[in-house]
Design a protein around this ligand. Structure first.
Ligand code: URA
Length: 229
């Protein structure tokens, strides 16, 4: 028979581990413990079902302040997917990603790559506007990212272009700075991902446009687009 003191010790250790886990979940904003899912969320949804699910989503508090869900737009068979952070005020009003000033610059970048917005797919990590454009919270990222994961799984692009530090850090689970990450391809679940500066950053720092163009040229080579034609 085991020593009752040892059993009590072991029991207390288990309680401490469970308590630590629950406290961590509460800090992340969870109010209930979820059963681990065997399959990733939405793994058998098609794009229409996924959009429908997103449009009615109330998984995090962002649904309370949104005007509309900004699901994503463009070619669902695109070879290139751009991923930004979260909708701003213009996007929240119009229901389309990257339609404000930063979006107009993104359109110019896409056109400089000899593509149109209809050739590519554009989405954000977060589908609802954070109030006052604050940074998204971990619970919001955790709730929303499965939509993007399934979008990418369905589109099967050759290349993902992550716009800005938030998008790439979320997708690659890293806290490295965008300046360290940009300029080369990384692996995202088997798909090449090129991080580059966010167009909003370019509006404030036009000198960085040169770096972004270098990154876009690498994407063009990957997609077989001839820059000189
Ligand atoms: N910034 C983003 O990251 N996404 C948008 O849709 C608009 C601005």
């Amino acid at each position: 028979m085991s020593d009752p003191n040892e059993i009590a010790q072991e029991y207390l250790q288990i309680v401490a581990i469970v308590r630590e886990y629950v406290e961590e979940q509460m800090q992340l904003g969870f109010t209930e413990l979820l059963e681990p899912e065997e399959k990733p969320p939405f793994s058998d949804f098609d794009m229409a079902q996924l959009r429908h699910e997103a449009m009615g989503c109330e998984r995090c508090e962002l649904h309370q302040g949104r005007h509309t869900v900004v699901f994503g737009t463009g070619n669902e068979n695109a070879e290139l997917v751009f991923v930004g952070e979260a909708p701003g005020a213009d996007e929240d009003q119009q229901g389309e990603p990257f339609v404000g000033r930063a979006g107009q610059l993104l359109t110019k970048i896409i056109e400089a790559m000899k593509l149109t917005r209809d050739d590519v797919y554009i989405a954000n990590v977060i589908k609802c506007r954070p109030p006052g454009n604050r940074n998204p919270k971990p619970i919001e990222i955790e709730s929303c990212e499965p939509f993007l994961l399934r979008q990418i799984e369905l589109i099967k692009p050759k290349v993902i272009c992550a716009l800005g530090g938030f998008a790439v850090q979320t997708l690659l689970r890293t806290d490295q700075r965008i300046s360290m990450l940009r300029g080369r391809f990384h692996d995202y679940h088997g798909t090449k991902i090129m991080p580059t500066y966010h167009p909003a950053y370019l509006l404030r720092n036009p000198h960085a446009k040169r770096d972004v163009w270098e990154d876009m040229k690498k994407i063009m080579v990957e997609l077989g687009i001839d820059e000189t034609v």
